[in-house]
Design a protein around this ligand. Sequence first.
Ligand SMILES: Cc1ncc(COP(=O)(O)O)c(C=O)c1O
Length: 384
Amino acid sequence: MSQERPIYVTRPYLPPLESFVPMLEEIWENQILTNCGPFHQKFETALREHLGVEHIALFANGTIALVVALQALRITGEVITTPFSFVATAHSLLWNGIKPVFVDIDPETLNLDPERIEVAITPHTTAILPVHCYGTPCDVANIGRIADLYNLRVIYDAAHAFGVRHQGQSLLRHGDLSVLSFHATKIFHTFEGGAIVCPDEKTKQRIDHLKNFGFADEVTVVAPGINGKLNEVSSAFGLLSLEHLHLAQARRQAIDARYRRELAEIPGIRLISIRAGAEHNHPHFPILIGPEYPLSRDALNLEMRAHGIITRRYFYPLISNMPMYRNLPSASPANLPVANEIALKVLCLPIYPELSDADQTRIIGLVRDAGRAGRAEKNGTAQN
Ligand SMILES: Cc1ncc(COP(=O)(O)O)c(C=O)c1O
């Protein structure tokens, strides 16, 4: 292992501490720490404007927001979803007593393949829960068309899609609801946090009740709600971070562009292309290790770690291969060939605003050199 400090796959963006102190002083002064106080309300308004959406409800984290989104629309029965995601996507269904039905992904976008959705629909299907994986927009037009045809609701897990614009407007305006995560690993975070984006006031009100134990007022409880409120310190932090986001995003974009330029020509490495008409947000930098690359994905992962570069295999293992899901009929690998293949090939490289040029040079060099060394070894073996 290298003696230098490890380079992790991500690092949380933190605005200057001194700019946060006055906000903390204000909280100490007014002594409102939670229960949708002034910072919560200001942050909600600022986010709605920043994202260009109709309504947004803040949450303590993205997972509770997903669980509540399903409750808000009273989803039951079966829901079609992707196996290639963070486990919280499918867990939110189990927490609602809903049966996940896994459908394979598109090999280019790595998102739910709309062509495979229709055959998975049964009389019990009530909704589709797609993920904009790595911030790449799902095929929202075809998903919307299928949902209309079969009278299904659509809840997008948009945990990776903060700020993504698609055909000139926020990607979050598609579907019935979109769910965001503001976890510390995300491009925009509030330490822990999340949100539901919704198009109408009535749904927003139901969501607000659900995230506050079901309270509609001091004495009226209208639903078996939960405690999903974002606290005041996190809300203030989010408000402050929004001001710095454009600089952090510009740096992410530059890092993404350099990876694309310098990794594109390496045999056996495939990159995920940015879709036409989308304004991307660069939350991850996934590469796919194909058979022409001399090392397997796992061998490259270990090689990078040996040099202090902590790459991550997002999303391996597939959700459908986890013990609580693998016995579902739709979880069979034969039903999900693309997702199973991608989960064995994918490796996410470090990307975060403070990643230095020198560190990125080292990361690119390691991917290139590991490939060259492996190739030489392979050729040598072939000649012997
Ligand atoms: C796709 C996806 N969905 C849901 C979540 C859950 O969000 P949270 O960690 O805020 O609960 C995450 C990440 O954390 C995620 O990546």
